[in-house]
Design a protein around this ligand. Structure first.
Ligand code: IPE
Ligand code: MG
Length: 221
């Protein structure tokens, strides 16, 4: 979800207004995902690198996150949405973590769309923490015998299928340390639309483009 700051700047406003408007896009895209039967909707909301932004912006984003969770959990319940947060949770405040835990517990048995919000996430961090976890859990022999298909279970996304489709807004053409391992065969979609302008029609246009992709996984069809 990229381009909130530029969206605000183009209107002569502070960056936080872009983030506030971006939260509306989250609502809209989640609604479209639920309506269209998307099983998993993942949002890269805050990266490990984003901690390096000015403190006021980090605080503003955390406040928005708190507000979003407080306002949306009931709505998620009525739409059978399961809310999941993944990332380096230790870096989040106690208040944010408590709200996340509460939201996750409340929605845990919902069987509709799973909404995964990646917070304080980094793809390299995920791979490293997975390797450390595997090294702790397994004997040296088991560790040596570890196969690619068995590595998934140590990543924070354990049990969640790899993404079929990845949308990046705002014209940037990079992955910015998002799901590095998990996107090995993901279809990418880049659009110049800034995240606050990315609403239901844009989401559905992207899904239509996905439907036209020919996925061969390196094989011949
Ligand atoms: C994306 O918008 C939101 C977050 C990373 C939290 P940006 O804040 O990156 O907006 P630009 O890239 O400065 O326009
Ligand atoms: Mg950006």
């Amino acid at each position: 979800m990229d381009g909130n700051g530029r969206w605000a700047k183009a209107r002569g406003k502070e960056r936080i207004f872009g983030h506030i408007e971006g939260a509306e896009s989250v609502r809209a895209c989640l609604e479209a995902a639920v309506e269209d039967g998307v099983k998993y909707l993942s949002l890269y909301a805050f990266s490990e690198e984003n901690w390096g932004r000015p403190q006021a912006e980090v605080n503003g984003l955390m406040e928005l996150l708190i507000k979003y969770i407080q306002e949306e959990i009931d709505n998620m319940m009525s739409h059978h949405v399961r809310f999941v947060v993944l990332g380096h949770r230790e870096r989040l405040s106690e208040k944010v973590n408590a709200l996340i835990d509460e939201g996750m517990a409340k929605t845990a048995s919902n069987d509709g769309t799973t909404l995964i919000v990646f917070l304080s996430y980094s793809g390299k961090w995920d791979i490293l923490q997975a390797m450390k976890k595997a090294a702790c859990e397994l004997s040296p022999e088991q560790f040596q015998a570890l196969e690619i298909k068995d590595f998934d279970r140590y990543l924070v996304t354990a049990g969640i299928p790899d993404p079929d489709f990845l949308i990046r807004t705002s014209g940037e053409l990079r992955i910015s340390n998002y799901l590095l391992w998990q996107t090995a065969y993901t279809e990418f979609y880049f659009t110049d639309t800034l995240w606050p302008d990315f609403r239901k029609p844009q989401f559905r246009e992207a899904l239509a483009e996905y439907a036209r992709r020919d996925r061969r996984y390196g094989k011949v069809k």
